[in-house]
Design a protein around this ligand. Structure first.
Ligand SMILES: C[S@@+](CC[C@H](N)C(=O)[O-])C[C@H]1O[C@@H](n2cnc3c(N)ncnc32)[C@H](O)[C@@H]1O
Length: 198
């Protein structure tokens, strides 16, 4: 069965996926090359978009989400392995990955600073780090509305924080941000960065 969130996720996302998100995922996942780590792969919504990767290791702690990735996993054009674990303690050696992908996931990771440190540890120096995330908005009224809605939102959406300042966290982690593109009044950000560690 799994949580209500995992059961309705794909259907709830469909209106966005069919329009703008399809274009964003095509661009973002198209840049994933070599050995790729995907953080919080959920129902495998990104899997059909991989075409340039050698191999993808996807991590997803919630089996109710990953069990819904079956068809996308079987039909993927590249080899993908899903690992049942969280981003705060990654089961990979230092300097393993050429690219890391995280889409709509940093809102939900309980300890995002730890996760960003782990991403830098397991990715190679100069690795490409690709994010698509919703964030706290800039206009006062909108960000205050996000703050007010958040207690209910996190209950309904499996811990998702509507008002997390993910771009700031990424910059503070030491990742060099090389490109940012905003969507839907800067609610969603496409972020490219480089691992500057070591
Ligand atoms: C909103 S879904 C996003 C799924 C998919 N990445 C997408 O683009 O639609 C957030 C996902 O993050 C996962 N998640 C929650 N805590 C996590 C953690 N500590 N590390 C990695 N993923 C986590 C959830 O289980 C869920 O599948």
């Amino acid at each position: 069965m799994g949580s209500l969130f995992s059961r309705v996720y794909d259907a709830a996302m469909q209106p966005l996926e069919a329009t703008r998100f399809k274009q964003v995922r095509t661009e973002l996942i198209g840049k994933a090359k070599g050995r790729v780590l995907e953080i919080g792969s959920g129902t495998g919504i990104n899997f059909p978009y991989y075409k340039n990767a050698i191999r993808v290791d996807a991590i997803e702690p919630n089996p109710s989400m990953s069990k819904r990735a079956g068809d996308r996993l079987r039909n993927a054009r590249v080899q993908i392995q899903v690992h049942e674990t969280g981003a705060e303690a990654l089961p990979f050696d230092n300097d393993t990955f050429d690219t890391v992908v995280a889409t709509l996931v940093f809102c939900t990771i309980p300890y995002p600073i730890k996760a960003l440190a782990e991403i830098q540890r397991v990715s190679k120096p100069g690795a490409v780090l690709l994010f698509f995330e919703h964030v706290r908005m800039e206009p006062f009224l909108l960000s205050k509305s996000q703050d007010l809605l958040n207690p209910l939102w996190e209950k309904v959406c499996d811990g998702c924080q509507l008002n997390r300042e993910t771009l700031t966290l990424i910059k503070e982690s030491g990742i060099e941000v090389t490109k940012v593109k905003a969507y839907y009044a800067k609610l969603f950000l496409y972020i490219e960065g480089l691992n500057m560690e070591k």
